[in-house]
Design a protein around this ligand. Structure first.
Ligand code: UD1
Length: 344
């Protein structure tokens, strides 16, 4: 069966980054279909996607590890490429429950690749993370920096990257784009979709947003004695809309290249570092609300600075981030203030 070059399967397409990428792919003329088990996402996102795009969403509710089901789905929709988001992403939870992470992130990937091989679909974009750089020796980080891991979550991302490299060695027909995300934040400018963490947010931006909206009293700033300009941790925050465009560019590059074309591994970041206090100030500005904070001890496993050299993505994919920290905060605030309890 020949595939439809516009048909793209998004595993985990109902999640935070998956849902924004869904919209960007539709706007670029693709027909994305979603596979999601809603273990860490909300079915209400589907109606929001229909409102934004003005067309019905095709979504199948199933675990990505159901090999036979995924193979049949790939064939049913004549899928040309898969973007694989489905995976767990909490560092702390991965330390407490490592097998949950290896099963879903590594086992899910093995199953997906087997299903793709059986369906003769060998084009994949993979959601990796800057976590694969461990504690970088310097910044900005280029893709040839050594990789390492300090927790099971990070290890699963590295294992998946290695698995994809081995697969390409075994069969050069595989075309793989590995995207190493820096710190995705912000929301769709409509305020209809955004990040909706369950329980207490682990990540900075959703925590700050919940303080600003009054759901939590105060931000804990984990350390102000790092070797950074103001002592707090520096990260490369990237607007989720820019990240979504990065997936469109990566899919296009692989699909336009024909079978066995060039695979790539690229950073998706802005190349700019912002401190925790930069984010607090930018969010206060965007929201007009105070964000009270207290300085706490460092969080275990945190690094002082982490930001990308994004030049390779620009060269290979013609992609670069265009949104500022102010844009990220304005859109995160619109989402948070319009949906104070998330999708509930
Ligand atoms: C974290 C993960 C990383 C993962 C990424 C996914 C850790 C150690 N790292 O990255 O592996 O890929 O999320 O999005 O969990 N901060 C506070 N107060 C808070 C929360 C964060 O001060 O309540 C600070 C942190 O110390 C850090 C910065 O804000 O300096 C960003 O933290 P976070 O949003 O959790 O991202 P990372 O730690 O970069």
């Amino acid at each position: 069966m020949t595939s439809n070059p516009n048909s793209i399967l998004l595993t985990g397409g109902a999640g935070y980054i998956g849902s924004h990428t869904y919209v960007a792919l539709v706007e670029a003329g693709y027909n994305p279909v979603i596979l999601d088990d809603f273990s860490n996402s909300h079915p209400a996102v589907l109606a929001r996607l229909e409102r934004i795009t003005g067309r019905p969403v095709v979504c199948e509710r199933r675990d990505v590890a159901d090999t036979a089901f995924v193979q049949a789905m790939l064939q049913r929709h004549a899928v040309a490429a898969v973007v694989h988001f489905a995976g767990f992403k909490s560092v702390g939870e991965s330390v407490a429950q490592p097998l949950k992470y290896y099963r879903n992130n590594v086992g899910g990937m093995v199953s997906l690749l087997q299903a793709m091989d059986a369906a003769n679909c060998r084009t994949l974009v993979f959601s990796s993370s800057a976590t694969v750089y461990g504690d970088p020796a310097s910044v900005p980080i280029t893709e040839d920096f050594p990789t390492s891991h300090t927790n099971p979550y990070g290890h699963t991302k590295l294992v998946c990257e290695d698995m994809l490299a081995a697969l390409r060695t075994a069969n050069p027909a595989w075309q793989v784009g590995v995207l190493r995300y820096f710190n995705p934040v912000g929301a769709h400018p409509s305020g209809l979709i955004g990040e909706d963490p369950s329980g207490i947010p682990n990540n900075l931006m959703p925590y700050v947003a919940q303080v600003a909206v009054g759901r939590r009293p105060c931000l804990n700033v984990y350390g102000n004695d790092y070797a950074t300009p103001d002592g707090t941790g520096v990260r490369d925050y990237i607007h989720v809309q820019d990240l979504a465009q990065g997936h469109v560019a990566a899919s296009q590059a692989l699909l336009d290249d024909g079978e066995g074309g060039d695979s790539f591994t690229v950073n998706l970041g802005t190349g700019k570092g912002h401190s925790v206090l930069d984010v607090v100030r930018a969010f206060e500005q965007a929201s007009g609300r105070p964000v009270p904070y207290q300085i706490m001890p460092r969080r275990q496993g945190d690094v002082a600075q982490c930001y990308a050299d994004p030049a390779l993505a620009q060269r290979l994919l013609g992609w670069r981030a265009t949104h500022s920290l102010a844009d990220m905060c304005a859109d995160a605030w619109r989402w948070q203030s319009q949906n104070p309890e998330g999708y509930e």
